[in-house]
Design a protein around this ligand. Structure first.
Ligand code: COA
Length: 330
């Protein structure tokens, strides 16, 4: 028993912020951003556009491709670090907007790895014996630019908003056909402080000092994160490939978390993949955190670049630290 992906969808807000626009906000240059990160532009949600609004568009696209109506969805697993409110879950706001009232809904928080965490959670819940769940929406959505310090050039050039979703369904086809072939998830809380939002939670509620120090925004030790990201994603990918008894030569597409083109290329190289096997769209979106892998998967599928039975390897890395990989047969 397992699950298969039967539809994909994504959404990016209308407003585009280019590197040249950023040159007017902080001391940076298009050249610096492109050479260090591969990013040229990113989408920015409108002030009145919540995470659940973006998620609604992405999910409707995915449900349309899958031919699934809202009342046929019985599980919504939403990954985000920039949800509508501290509570209730953004998944519940999404449920209301989709009118998917038969679904059990919850959020998961694994930062940029959230979508891959969601895939494994969905598989566990749907595959378990006598499960009442058949069909789930699994998605990543971020309005991460509301957590961005627009005075900090180290971080504000990196992020963008968006949503990506899949519809997954119980697979009845045994070991053949389209399915999630395996996944592996990891965490290491030793590094909680190298990429975080220092305040705004119970450990440090927002007060005047927090606001003065801009601790309600993302802070990051970029170099440290970079080093850890490559090793972690390569390790997760190798574990998933080994468990499925396939090698990287069998992989048609690697879809890594879209944080930085240099990280993506390094992961591809370490896995012996050529450029034509590694999907990159970070140039257009920046780092959309939990949404990035799902947006890339949707773009790949809709552009007709993946054929039935081809293998797709997803991998991500994020704050926590969290990381993981999932292998799909399309
Ligand atoms: N424009 C111009 N200069 C900038 C800049 C910007 N937007 N951001 C930082 N700099 C400056 C720094 O102030 C620093 O200057 P200094 O040496 O005078 O102090 C210098 O550039 C740092 O350069 P370097 O050390 O060569 O940067 P880098 O190659 O490590 O690249 C990152 C920086 C952030 C792009 C890179 O470390 C990175 O991508 N890290 C991972 C980030 C990530 O993916 N996070 C999310 C994970 S989910």
């Amino acid at each position: 028993m397992g699950i298969k992906i039967i539809g994909t969808g994504s959404y990016a807000p209308e407003k585009i912020l280019t590197n040249h626009d950023l040159e007017k906000i902080v001391d940076t240059s298009d050249e610096w951003i492109r050479t260090r990160t591969g990013i040229s532009e990113r989408h920015i949600a409108a002030p009145d556009e919540a995470a659940s609004d973006m998620a609604t568009h992405a999910c409707r696209n995915a449900m349309e491709m899958a031919g699934v109506s809202p009342d046929e969805v019985d599980l919504i697993i939403l990954a985000t670090i920039s949800g509508d409110k501290p509570f209730p879950s953004t998944a519940c706001f999404l449920q209301r907007k989709l009118e998917a009232f038969n679904a059990t809904c919850f959020d998961i928080q694994a930062a940029c790895s959230g979508f891959i965490y969601g895939i494994e959670v969905a598989e566990a819940m749907i595959s378990k014996q006598d499960s009442k769940y058949r069909r789930a929406l699994v998605l990543g959505v971020e309005k991460i630019t509301y957590l961005t310090n627009w005075e900090d050039r180290n971080t504000c050039v990196l992020f963008g908003d968006g949503a990506g979703a899949v519809v997954v369904e119980k697979s009845e086809e045994g070991n053949s056909g389209s399915r999630v072939l395996g996944s592996a998830l990891f965490s290491n809380g030793t590094y909680t402080d190298i990429l975080d939002v220092p305040a705004g939670g119970s450990a440090k509620p927002i007060d005047e000092e927090v606001l003065a120090n801009k601790e309600q925004f993302i802070q990051m030790e970029g170099k440290e994160v970079f080093k850890l990201a490559v090793n972690a994603m390569v390790g997760a990918c190798k574990e998933v490939l080994d468990k499925a008894s396939v090698t990287s030569k069998d992989i048609r597409w690697l879809i890594p978390h879209q944080a930085n083109k240099r990280i993506i290329s390094a992961v591809g190289k370490r896995l012996d993949l050529t450029e034509k096997n590694v999907y990159i769209n970070v140039d257009k979106y920046g780092n959309t955190s939990a949404a990035s892998v799902a947006i890339a998967l949707d773009e790949l599928v809709r552009s007709g670049q993946v054929e039935r039975d081809e293998l797709i390897l997803l991998t991500a890395f994020g704050a926590g630290l969290t990381w993981g990989a999932a292998l799909l047969r399309w």
